[in-house]
Write a protein that binds this ligand. Structure first.
Ligand code: ZN
Ligand code: FE
Ligand code: FE
Ligand code: ZN
Length: 266
């Protein structure tokens, strides 16, 4: 296992992850990771996706939980959040992320007009939508996410492929290109998320072609397993490392208090 950080780890507070934060930390220690960042789903406000996230009233508990782990850990434990971008989320995300203690804010799009396109329970909706239009809507939201300047990195950049709903590569690349251009311009990093390997699509997010495009634009990358179970911490980081080296990367990003530092890959 390469000595890398895992910057995308969930907690039981999101209602669909198992194990205690200390179980995740133990796993990271066992696997010899460099450091970890808990990035649980941002709290639910106004009835937004209450099944997959902590309640608003649990936010302080989340902060305290990570603080508690940090105090007993010999490995650096960072405080992060996976924040959703949707139309009109800006004031909420701004307020939540203004909490001074955050090290990293990952930006995700999980919903298109209320459709949780990556939720297995809402999988049948894919039968009803146009593939290309869905991807277009997804990327236009990602572009807006990046434009807000509220997020440090884009999580699982090609998430709509999760169940195998892929676009042909040239189409995908032309749609993703404006988003990647904007990320480069705004200094927003890109997550190499290994959870795709545990999903029907069975590949890392984003795909190798997109990683190469990000590399051409010198977009910094960070590593995330998107662990929802302790044993998933650092999952397939060896494979991810190989892939990004093949794409030409020699550095990756570390974060502290939302400041990025680039360091050589192991
Ligand atoms: Zn989750
Ligand atoms: Fe996500
Ligand atoms: Fe996640
Ligand atoms: Zn995620």
């Amino acid at each position: 296992m390469p000595r890398l950080p895992d910057y995308h780890i969930h907690t039981h507070l999101c209602r669909h992850a198992e194990g205690s934060p200390s179980d995740y930390l133990d796993e990271a220690t066992k696997k010899g990771l460099l450091e970890i960042c808990f990035c649980d789903h941002m709290p639910s406000f106004g009835g937004y996706d209450p099944k997959h996230r902590m309640e608003a009233g649990e936010f302080q508990r989340y902060l305290d939980l990570i603080e508690g782990i940090r105090e007993v850990s010999s490995m650096p434990v960072l405080l992060g959040m996976e924040a959703d971008y949707y139309e009109g989320c800006e004031p909420l995300v701004e307020k939540l992320t203004s909490y001074a203690g955050f090290d990293l804010i990952l930006g995700s799009v999980h919903f298109l007009n209320g459709w949780g396109f990556d939720d297995p329970e809402q999988l049948p909706v894919w039968e009803l939508v146009d593939l290309q239009e869905t991807w277009e809507r997804y990327f236009s939201l990602l572009e807006r996410l990046v434009k807000t300047g509220l997020f440090d990195a884009v999580a699982h950049l090609d998430l709509p492929k999760k169940f195998g709903h892929r676009l042909k590569t040239p189409k995908l690349l032309s749609m993703a290109s404006p988003v990647l251009d904007l990320m480069a311009k705004k200094g927003v990093a890109m997550e190499i998320n290994t959870s795709g390997l545990r999903k029907p699509v069975s590949e890392v997010y984003p795909s190798f072609e997109l990683i190469k495009m990000a590399r051409e634009r010198e977009i910094p990358i960070l590593f995330g397993s998107d662990a929802h179970r302790p044993e998933e911490v650092g999952h397939a980081f060896q494979d991810a490392l190989r892939l990004i080296k093949e794409a030409g990367y020699s550095e990756y990003a570390l974060f502290r208090r939302r400041e990025m530092t680039l360091v050589p890959l192991p």
